[in-house]
Design a protein. Structure first.
Length: 85
């Protein structure tokens, strides 16, 4: 998992659009920053958001290692799907 993720990657992880993630960053609901390449969300914030989503939906705790693997898998799957289009 990278130190910072794009709004598109975070959207894939959370099941939301990149636009929704950008708006959440602008409103302060998600910690992130704007760069010349677009918005970037720090790794720690992505882990927090993903943990809230996974643990909220499953009711079970998840380790950082398992959560990072899950995030990496979601991103890889979506990258592969968008590369083919």
């Amino acid at each position: 998992m990278n130190d910072h993720l794009s709004t598109e990657e975070v959207g894939w992880v959370l099941g939301r659009s990149a636009g929704a993630i950008r708006e959440a960053v602008k409103s302060g609901d998600i910690a992130g920053s704007r760069t010349t390449a677009g918005f970037r969300i720090p790794r720690e914030e992505v882990l927090r958001l993903a943990r809230e989503k996974v643990e909220g939906e499953t009711g079970t705790k998840i380790s950082d290692k398992a959560l990072e693997k899950l995030i990496d898998d979601v991103i890889a799957t979506n990258e592969a799907a968008t590369d083919g289009s």
